[in-house]
Design a protein around this ligand. Sequence first.
Ligand code: DGI
Ligand code: FE
Ligand code: FE
Length: 191
Amino acid sequence: MERKDMLDKLKSKLTEKRFIHSIGVEYTAACLAMRYGADVQKARIAGLLHDNAKCLPIEDKLKKCEKFDLPINECERKNPDLLHGKLGAYYAREKYGIKDQEILDAITYHTTGRPAMTLMDKIIFVADYIEPNRKIIFELPEIRMEAFTDIDECVIHILKNTLEYLDGKTDIIDEMTEKTHKYYTELRIQS
Ligand code: DGI
Ligand code: FE
Ligand code: FE
């Protein structure tokens, strides 16, 4: 599918705010790919499509995942919004014709990360957090600089802040977010 057709389709699925965020992630991911020597075009597609399932009503996220036999954990069942990555990757393949596994994985894991992320996973995870339209979050200027100096440190920083934020809200924390944080924190101690 050409970018123009992807844009038309995506626009029909998202609110205007979410659509603008998606374009921001597309170009931020492209910049990070340039910095770290990843495939710029793949990063753009993953960034553009990462939230394609975000605007479905919560109940529909759950229903669609069940319908397409996508695995749902306990935390996702309690907080089906977390499923938009998984479901987004499914739609990217089925509705946008994306066959590239690197792109599909980056979409799947963009909210929680995962242990041993690929460079593309990290790029989308970070771009989602730092893109220019994001409202100012705690330590965002530092995190934006880190993104271009040390992407692993940046991933840890984002995970730490997300876990602290969720803790404050006493929200349910997905085990993948915790696993990812543990993995990267231990990796830092070792090196
Ligand atoms: O979809 P976006 O808003 O662009 O960004 P995102 O996919 O990273 O989703 C952000 C939301 O996800 C934010 O409110 C924090 C939440 N989140 C991230 N990790 C976890 C989580 N929520 C829960 N309950 N558990 C997690 O582990
Ligand atoms: Fe998202
Ligand atoms: Fe996003």
